[in-house]
Design a binder for this molecule. Structure first.
Ligand code: HEC
Ligand code: HEC
Ligand code: HEC
Ligand code: HEC
Ligand code: HEC
Ligand code: HEC
Ligand code: HEC
Ligand code: HEC
Ligand code: HEC
Ligand code: HEC
Length: 307
């Protein structure tokens, strides 16, 4: 079947409109405090001259940005030159060009403090919900910045401009975490079924440990284990009060079911010391508590979680 030419043209127009809308959407929330580079702050005075001039000497950099999302900004005409192209990140370039490529007269990322780099990128990215907590994140506070994980010109993963594929990216700094995911029982991050980012927002969150939460601020675990959420007529108190990690190790464990203890009973008895003062005959000692107390996350029918 042949697709009519007019149809293709229509699709092309639609796509262009969508792209322009994307740029407009990006542009709208940027009207705020952060500004891209200005000549004065850099210690030299310069004007914006446009990316086409940069291209004449830096064709490689031009080409490698061309294939990425940032190229959107090159086509943007609605805002000042300081918001698009090479100079949105590198600052005004006239002095650099007049100086025959004087490195001291252009914003270079090499050797900059992490805060300066973050600020530069945040000029456009801070209103994104994913990133707005970056400055408060453990990463930012420990000198990790955008280009520790992203590269504008030489990303090995073009999509999302990552320096390295996740989770290898994360393991390059979090070596001890890799070991967690190699344990016999684990969330299958190494096989690619789950991502670190499913549970963590590396760009920062309001939860401890950069953990994600849903709109109701419920634990990240409910996203995939919704059946554990209830509400239950009979709640097992620690599930609600202490959360899943009261009994489970989130990454990986040598214990089945990712439990924090090798034997279920050891775990239960940590909180239920008075167990044998209760209704149990001695012979229950040798059985797993969860043989009888099966609905351990909560139950709608049994106040002792028999199912
Ligand atoms: C006339 C040629 C020319 C033009 C036009 C030009 N540059 Fe350069 N640029 C150079 C040269 C040459 C160097 C390398 C200087 C060195 O290695 O000492 C350089 C270096 C740089 C660096 C620093 C690279 C590093 O190693 O950190 C950046 C960033 C840069 N240019 C950006 C730009 C931008 C942005 C534009 C457009 C506004 C631009 N250049 C236009 C010639 C040019
Ligand atoms: C979105 C921000 C951004 C844009 C747009 C951008 N750069 Fe860069 N540039 C960077 C960062 C960050 C680095 C540091 C290396 C990296 O992350 O890839 C860099 C590094 C460089 C370097 C040093 C050599 C290198 O590749 O590391 C040159 C030269 C350069 N950029 C020129 C340009 C030119 C020319 C353009 C326009 C075609 C441009 N940049 C557009 C952010 C940007
Ligand atoms: C002039 C504005 C501007 C600046 C400055 C800027 N970006 Fe972007 N960035 C964009 C736009 C526009 C997109 C396209 C996605 C969108 O519309 O939200 C984008 C997308 C991205 C993406 C996602 C790419 C993808 O494939 O999904 C990453 C990662 C990124 N930027 C990192 C950076 C980093 C790191 C810096 C600082 C070195 C930076 N940006 C500076 C405007 C900017
Ligand atoms: C610790 C590593 C790390 C740091 C630091 C980091 N990022 Fe990311 N970023 C990622 C990963 C991983 C993804 C991919 C997320 C995914 O696929 O779900 C990503 C995705 C993105 C995206 C894609 C769109 C989106 O909303 O998911 C943008 C834009 C982005 N980062 C910008 C930034 C900016 C700007 C900074 C600095 C303020 C930054 N990142 C710092 C790891 C990092
Ligand atoms: C450039 C090094 C680097 C990279 C890459 C990196 N991190 Fe980090 N990360 C750190 C540092 C440094 C800290 C703060 C000190 C610490 O807790 O180890 C940190 C802290 C964290 C924390 C919070 C720990 C706490 O105790 O609050 C989490 C969660 C985290 N990183 C997840 C990730 C994930 C997921 C990735 C990959 C997408 C990643 N990191 C990539 C360096 C890095
Ligand atoms: C199933 C959800 C989940 C996944 C997937 C996950 N994490 Fe975590 N991570 C957590 C939780 C929950 C904590 C907090 C543990 C606590 O407070 O006891 C945590 C804690 C951390 C910490 C702090 C130190 C520690 O071990 O307690 C780091 C660093 C970390 N994660 C990195 C990563 C990296 C890197 C990946 C991917 C390779 C990853 N996480 C995948 C849920 C997850
Ligand atoms: C992105 C989805 C996702 C999130 C978020 C998630 N899990 Fe899981 N979880 C899974 C999947 C898928 C499996 C099944 C693993 C398998 O088959 O290897 C699993 C299995 C488990 C198991 C059972 C392991 C076994 O041996 O049967 C436990 C316990 C568990 N998760 C606890 C948690 C806790 C606690 C959290 C929050 C810190 C969490 N999960 C967050 C997807 C998720
Ligand atoms: C009071 C301790 C405790 C708490 C808190 C707890 N669990 Fe469990 N969980 C267990 C025990 C014990 C098992 C093993 C049950 C068995 O062996 O039959 C288990 C098993 C699981 C399993 C695998 C079997 C199944 O029932 O699907 C998943 C998934 C799971 N828990 C997720 C969670 C999540 C998500 C949370 C937080 C909402 C959570 N758990 C909180 C004790 C707990
Ligand atoms: C982190 C502490 C903690 C752990 C671990 C724990 N529980 Fe509980 N459990 C509680 C608390 C607190 C209550 C509610 C207060 C009470 O009745 O003692 C409770 C209530 C119960 C009840 C209902 C009792 C009643 O009187 O309402 C049963 C049955 C129970 N737990 C069984 C178990 C079993 C079986 C395990 C092991 C799989 C276990 N618990 C692990 C803290 C814990
Ligand atoms: C053979 C089945 C069985 C096993 C195994 C068992 N229980 Fe029970 N459990 C019961 C029965 C029956 C009751 C009483 C129910 C009632 O009063 O309606 C009970 C009640 C409880 C209660 C509430 C009453 C109290 O004592 O406060 C707790 C807590 C409890 N069990 C914890 C445990 C723990 C912890 C284990 C494992 C060490 C365990 N059970 C193993 C059958 C069992």
């Amino acid at each position: 079947m042949r697709v009519p030419r007019s149809f293709i043209r229509l699709i092309t127009v639609l796509i262009s409109v969508l792209i322009l809308c994307g740029v407009a959407a990006m542009a709208a929330p940027q009207e705020k405090k952060s500004q891209p580079a200005t000549a004065s702050e850099s210690g030299y005075s310069a004007q914006y001259i446009g990316s086409d001039t940069c291209k004449t000497c830096h064709e490689d950099q031009f080409k490698n940005v061309q294939g990425t999302q940032h190229f959107k900004t090159f086509a943007e005409k609605g805002r000042g030159q300081d918001w698009h192209g090479c100079e949105s990140c590198h600052g005004p370039g006239s002095a650099h060009v007049d100086g025959g490529g004087d490195k001291a007269k252009i914003f270079r990322f090499a050797g900059k403090k992490s805060e300066q780099i973050t600020e530069r990128c945040m000029a456009c990215h801070e209103n994104n919900l994913e990133h707005q907590n970056f400055n408060r994140s453990v990463h930012a506070k420990n000198g990790v910045t955008c280009i520790s994980c992203h590269s504008v010109h030489s990303a090995t993963v073009r999509e999302k401009l990552l320096v390295k594929k996740s989770p290898d990216l994360c393991f390059s700094c979090h070596t001890e975490t890799r070991a967690d995911f190699m344990k016999p029982f684990k969330h299958r991050v190494l096989d690619g079924y789950i991502q670190c980012q499913d549970c963590h927002n590396v760009h920062g969150s309001v939860q401890p440990k950069n953990l994600r939460a849903n709109a109701a601020q419920d634990a990240v675990c409910y996203k995939c284990h919704a059946e554990k959420r209830g509400p239950f007529v009979f709640e097992h108190e620690p599930v609600r009060t202490e959360g899943c990690t009261a009994c489970h190790t989130p990454h990986g464990s040598t214990n089945p079911r990712l439990l924090t203890r090798a034997r279920v009973n050891t775990l239960c008895l940590e909180c239920h010391q008075n167990f044998y003062n209760g209704p149990h005959p001695q012979n229950t000692k040798s059985q797993a508590c969860t043989m009888c107390h099966m609905g351990i996350h909560g139950s709608n029918t049994s106040d002792v979680f028999f199912k």
